[in-house]
Design a protein around this ligand. Sequence first.
Ligand SMILES: NC(=O)c1ccc[n+]([C@@H]2O[C@H](COP(=O)([O-])OP(=O)(O)OC[C@H]3O[C@@H](n4cnc5c(N)ncnc54)[C@H](OP(=O)(O)O)[C@@H]3O)[C@@H](O)[C@H]2O)c1
Length: 231
Amino acid sequence: MTAAVGIIGGTGALGQGLALRLALTGAEVTIGSRDASRAEAEALALNERNQGPPMRGTDNATVASAHDLLFVCVPFASQLAIAKTIRKELRPGAIVVDATVPLATAIGGRPTQMLGAWRGSAAEQLADALSSRARVVATLHTVAASALAEVDAKLDEDLLVCGDDADAKATVAALLGRIGGLRCVDCGKLEAARMIEPLTALLIGVNGRYRAHAGIRLTGLAAAGWPVAQE
Ligand SMILES: NC(=O)c1ccc[n+]([C@@H]2O[C@H](COP(=O)([O-])OP(=O)(O)OC[C@H]3O[C@@H](n4cnc5c(N)ncnc54)[C@H](OP(=O)(O)O)[C@@H]3O)[C@@H](O)[C@H]2O)c1
Protein backbone atom coordinates (compact mmCIF):
# COMPACT_ATOMS: atom_id res chain seq x y z
CA MET A 1 0.00 0.00 0.00
CA THR A 2 1.42 3.40 -0.95
CA ALA A 3 0.31 6.07 1.47
CA ALA A 4 0.01 9.71 0.45
CA VAL A 5 0.43 12.06 3.37
CA GLY A 6 0.61 15.81 3.77
CA ILE A 7 2.56 17.55 6.50
CA ILE A 8 1.22 20.93 7.59
CA GLY A 9 4.22 22.87 8.91
CA GLY A 10 6.44 20.34 7.16
CA THR A 11 9.27 22.87 6.85
CA GLY A 12 9.92 22.67 10.60
CA ALA A 13 12.10 20.35 12.64
CA LEU A 14 9.50 17.68 13.37
CA GLY A 15 7.94 17.87 9.90
CA GLN A 16 11.28 17.35 8.16
CA GLY A 17 12.28 14.37 10.28
CA LEU A 18 8.85 12.80 9.91
CA ALA A 19 8.87 13.38 6.16
CA LEU A 20 12.21 11.60 5.75
CA ARG A 21 11.15 8.63 7.86
CA LEU A 22 7.75 8.28 6.16
CA ALA A 23 9.34 8.47 2.71
CA LEU A 24 11.67 5.64 3.74
CA THR A 25 8.55 3.48 4.22
CA GLY A 26 7.46 4.30 0.65
CA ALA A 27 4.96 7.01 1.54
CA GLU A 28 4.42 9.88 -0.88
CA VAL A 29 4.97 12.99 1.23
CA THR A 30 3.93 16.56 0.48
CA ILE A 31 5.49 19.31 2.59
CA GLY A 32 3.16 22.14 3.59
CA SER A 33 4.02 25.69 4.57
CA ARG A 34 2.34 29.06 4.92
CA ASP A 35 4.51 29.95 1.94
CA ALA A 36 4.38 27.59 -1.07
CA SER A 37 7.84 28.58 -2.28
CA ARG A 38 9.34 27.76 1.14
CA ALA A 39 7.68 24.35 1.00
CA GLU A 40 8.99 23.73 -2.53
CA ALA A 41 12.52 24.71 -1.46
CA GLU A 42 12.32 22.47 1.61
CA ALA A 43 11.08 19.53 -0.46
CA LEU A 44 13.99 20.02 -2.88
CA ALA A 45 16.47 20.13 0.02
CA LEU A 46 14.95 17.04 1.67
CA ASN A 47 15.02 15.14 -1.61
CA GLU A 48 18.82 15.37 -1.56
CA ARG A 49 18.73 13.11 1.53
CA ASN A 50 15.49 11.30 0.70
CA GLN A 51 15.74 7.57 0.06
CA GLY A 52 12.03 7.18 -0.80
CA PRO A 53 9.56 8.59 -3.35
CA PRO A 54 10.31 12.23 -4.24
CA MET A 55 8.66 14.80 -2.01
CA ARG A 56 6.77 17.83 -3.21
CA GLY A 57 5.98 21.08 -1.45
CA THR A 58 3.12 23.56 -1.57
CA ASP A 59 1.01 25.78 0.68
CA ASN A 60 -0.82 24.32 3.69
CA ALA A 61 -4.32 24.81 2.27
CA THR A 62 -3.47 22.98 -0.95
CA VAL A 63 -1.87 20.16 1.02
CA ALA A 64 -5.02 19.86 3.14
CA SER A 65 -7.32 19.71 0.11
CA ALA A 66 -5.23 17.00 -1.55
CA HIS A 67 -4.86 14.44 1.25
CA ASP A 68 -6.96 12.10 3.36
CA LEU A 69 -4.21 11.94 5.96
CA LEU A 70 -2.49 15.03 7.32
CA PHE A 71 0.04 15.68 10.05
CA VAL A 72 -0.04 19.01 11.85
CA CYS A 73 3.47 19.91 13.03
CA VAL A 74 3.27 23.55 14.08
CA PRO A 75 3.98 25.47 17.31
CA PHE A 76 1.12 25.70 19.81
CA ALA A 77 0.93 29.47 19.35
CA SER A 78 0.06 29.03 15.68
CA GLN A 79 -2.10 25.89 15.87
CA LEU A 80 -5.46 27.70 15.81
CA ALA A 81 -4.44 30.00 12.97
CA ILE A 82 -3.35 26.95 10.98
CA ALA A 83 -6.64 25.21 11.80
CA LYS A 84 -8.52 28.14 10.27
CA THR A 85 -6.36 27.90 7.14
CA ILE A 86 -7.02 24.21 6.54
CA ARG A 87 -10.52 23.75 8.00
CA LYS A 88 -12.55 24.45 4.86
CA GLU A 89 -10.09 22.54 2.67
CA LEU A 90 -10.37 19.21 4.49
CA ARG A 91 -11.69 16.21 2.62
CA PRO A 92 -14.69 14.44 4.20
CA GLY A 93 -13.47 12.00 6.85
CA ALA A 94 -9.91 13.30 6.70
CA ILE A 95 -7.57 12.07 9.39
CA VAL A 96 -5.58 14.86 11.03
CA VAL A 97 -2.68 13.80 13.22
CA ASP A 98 -1.71 16.38 15.78
CA ALA A 99 1.73 16.56 17.39
CA THR A 100 1.28 19.96 19.00
CA VAL A 101 2.56 20.49 22.52
CA PRO A 102 1.45 23.54 24.53
CA LEU A 103 4.93 24.38 25.74
CA ALA A 104 5.39 27.56 27.74
CA THR A 105 7.74 28.78 25.01
CA ALA A 106 4.58 30.01 23.27
CA ILE A 107 4.54 32.92 25.74
CA GLY A 108 8.28 33.26 26.24
CA GLY A 109 8.49 30.63 28.97
CA ARG A 110 10.63 27.51 29.35
CA PRO A 111 10.38 24.43 27.11
CA THR A 112 10.29 22.31 30.26
CA GLN A 113 7.01 23.89 31.35
CA MET A 114 3.48 23.58 29.99
CA LEU A 115 0.63 25.95 29.33
CA GLY A 116 -2.99 25.03 29.98
CA ALA A 117 -5.16 24.57 26.89
CA TRP A 118 -8.76 25.63 27.32
CA ARG A 119 -10.09 22.36 25.84
CA GLY A 120 -7.80 20.27 28.04
CA SER A 121 -5.05 19.60 25.50
CA ALA A 122 -3.72 20.96 22.23
CA ALA A 123 -5.19 17.94 20.42
CA GLU A 124 -8.69 18.56 21.79
CA GLN A 125 -8.30 22.23 20.91
CA LEU A 126 -7.53 21.28 17.31
CA ALA A 127 -10.44 18.83 17.17
CA ASP A 128 -12.73 21.59 18.42
CA ALA A 129 -11.38 24.08 15.89
CA LEU A 130 -11.88 21.63 13.02
CA SER A 131 -15.31 20.59 14.41
CA SER A 132 -16.67 17.50 12.67
CA ARG A 133 -14.58 17.99 9.55
CA ALA A 134 -11.72 15.78 10.71
CA ARG A 135 -10.93 12.71 12.73
CA VAL A 136 -8.16 13.93 15.01
CA VAL A 137 -5.51 11.55 16.27
CA ALA A 138 -2.71 12.73 18.57
CA THR A 139 0.78 11.24 18.65
CA LEU A 140 4.51 11.90 18.01
CA HIS A 141 4.86 14.05 21.14
CA THR A 142 7.65 11.97 22.65
CA VAL A 143 9.89 11.41 19.65
CA ALA A 144 12.66 13.96 19.10
CA ALA A 145 12.71 15.62 15.68
CA SER A 146 16.49 15.23 15.64
CA ALA A 147 16.19 11.46 16.19
CA LEU A 148 13.77 11.19 13.26
CA ALA A 149 16.01 13.26 11.02
CA GLU A 150 19.02 10.97 11.54
CA VAL A 151 17.60 8.40 9.17
CA ASP A 152 20.63 6.12 9.36
CA ALA A 153 20.27 5.86 13.14
CA LYS A 154 17.98 3.18 14.53
CA LEU A 155 14.95 4.32 16.49
CA ASP A 156 13.93 2.31 19.57
CA GLU A 157 10.86 3.78 21.20
CA ASP A 158 7.10 3.86 21.50
CA LEU A 159 4.65 6.38 20.10
CA LEU A 160 1.71 7.04 22.39
CA VAL A 161 -1.40 7.32 20.19
CA CYS A 162 -4.84 8.57 21.19
CA GLY A 163 -8.03 9.55 19.40
CA ASP A 164 -11.80 9.15 19.47
CA ASP A 165 -12.10 7.34 16.12
CA ALA A 166 -10.77 3.79 16.40
CA ASP A 167 -10.34 3.31 12.63
CA ALA A 168 -8.44 6.58 12.26
CA LYS A 169 -6.21 5.67 15.18
CA ALA A 170 -5.47 2.23 13.73
CA THR A 171 -4.72 3.75 10.30
CA VAL A 172 -2.23 6.16 11.82
CA ALA A 173 -0.67 3.40 13.93
CA ALA A 174 -0.28 1.19 10.87
CA LEU A 175 1.42 3.99 8.94
CA LEU A 176 3.79 5.08 11.71
CA GLY A 177 4.43 1.48 12.72
CA ARG A 178 6.11 1.01 9.35
CA ILE A 179 8.90 3.31 10.51
CA GLY A 180 11.60 0.97 11.79
CA GLY A 181 12.08 1.04 15.56
CA LEU A 182 8.79 2.75 16.39
CA ARG A 183 5.95 0.88 18.10
CA CYS A 184 2.54 2.54 18.40
CA VAL A 185 0.68 2.09 21.69
CA ASP A 186 -3.07 2.68 21.86
CA CYS A 187 -3.57 5.15 24.72
CA GLY A 188 -7.34 5.51 24.35
CA LYS A 189 -9.54 8.51 23.65
CA LEU A 190 -8.31 11.90 22.48
CA GLU A 191 -8.59 13.22 26.04
CA ALA A 192 -5.53 11.09 26.87
CA ALA A 193 -3.55 13.81 25.08
CA ARG A 194 -3.85 15.75 28.37
CA MET A 195 -1.48 13.18 29.87
CA ILE A 196 0.71 12.58 26.81
CA GLU A 197 1.50 16.16 25.76
CA PRO A 198 3.27 17.08 29.04
CA LEU A 199 5.68 14.18 28.53
CA THR A 200 7.40 16.33 25.89
CA ALA A 201 8.29 18.95 28.49
CA LEU A 202 9.52 16.18 30.79
CA LEU A 203 11.70 14.67 28.04
CA ILE A 204 13.11 18.06 27.03
CA GLY A 205 14.34 18.46 30.61
CA VAL A 206 15.78 14.92 30.69
CA ASN A 207 17.42 15.36 27.30
CA GLY A 208 18.99 18.62 28.40
CA ARG A 209 20.47 17.03 31.52
CA TYR A 210 21.69 13.87 29.77
CA ARG A 211 22.50 15.46 26.38
CA ALA A 212 20.42 12.71 24.80
CA HIS A 213 17.38 12.08 22.57
CA ALA A 214 15.44 10.01 25.10
CA GLY A 215 12.06 8.64 24.09
CA ILE A 216 9.39 6.58 25.84
CA ARG A 217 9.22 2.78 26.03
CA LEU A 218 6.33 1.05 27.84
CA THR A 219 7.14 -2.38 29.22
CA GLY A 220 4.97 -5.48 29.54
CA LEU A 221 3.10 -5.08 26.23
CA ALA A 222 2.92 -7.61 23.43
CA ALA A 223 5.52 -6.81 20.78
CA ALA A 224 2.93 -5.65 18.25
CA GLY A 225 1.61 -3.14 20.74
CA TRP A 226 -1.72 -2.54 19.00
CA PRO A 227 -4.70 -4.21 20.67
CA VAL A 228 -7.04 -6.41 18.65
CA ALA A 229 -10.18 -5.15 20.39
CA GLN A 230 -10.92 -1.47 19.87
CA GLU A 231 -12.96 0.78 22.19
N1 LIG B 1 10.78 19.36 17.60
C1 LIG B 1 10.50 18.24 18.24
O1 LIG B 1 11.40 17.44 18.57
C2 LIG B 1 9.07 17.90 18.59
C3 LIG B 1 8.77 16.63 19.08
C4 LIG B 1 7.44 16.33 19.39
C5 LIG B 1 6.45 17.30 19.22
N2 LIG B 1 6.79 18.53 18.77
C6 LIG B 1 5.73 19.52 18.58
O2 LIG B 1 5.47 19.56 17.19
C7 LIG B 1 5.17 20.90 16.78
C8 LIG B 1 6.17 21.33 15.71
O3 LIG B 1 7.46 21.33 16.27
P1 LIG B 1 8.72 21.87 15.45
O4 LIG B 1 9.89 21.75 16.33
O5 LIG B 1 8.74 21.25 14.11
O6 LIG B 1 8.33 23.42 15.29
P2 LIG B 1 9.00 24.56 14.41
O7 LIG B 1 10.16 24.00 13.66
O8 LIG B 1 9.26 25.73 15.28
O9 LIG B 1 7.81 25.00 13.44
C9 LIG B 1 7.24 24.13 12.50
C10 LIG B 1 6.65 24.93 11.36
O10 LIG B 1 5.50 25.62 11.81
C11 LIG B 1 5.36 26.78 11.02
N3 LIG B 1 5.25 27.96 11.90
C12 LIG B 1 6.17 28.46 12.73
N4 LIG B 1 5.72 29.56 13.36
C13 LIG B 1 4.48 29.75 12.91
C14 LIG B 1 3.51 30.72 13.17
N5 LIG B 1 3.70 31.71 14.05
N6 LIG B 1 2.33 30.61 12.52
C15 LIG B 1 2.11 29.62 11.64
N7 LIG B 1 3.03 28.65 11.34
C16 LIG B 1 4.20 28.73 11.98
C17 LIG B 1 6.62 26.98 10.19
O11 LIG B 1 6.34 26.62 8.85
P3 LIG B 1 6.21 27.75 7.70
O12 LIG B 1 6.93 28.98 8.18
O13 LIG B 1 6.90 27.11 6.54
O14 LIG B 1 4.76 27.94 7.51
C18 LIG B 1 7.58 25.99 10.82
O15 LIG B 1 8.51 25.47 9.90
C19 LIG B 1 5.23 21.76 18.04
O16 LIG B 1 3.93 21.92 18.56
C20 LIG B 1 6.10 20.93 18.97
O17 LIG B 1 5.82 21.18 20.34
C21 LIG B 1 8.06 18.85 18.42
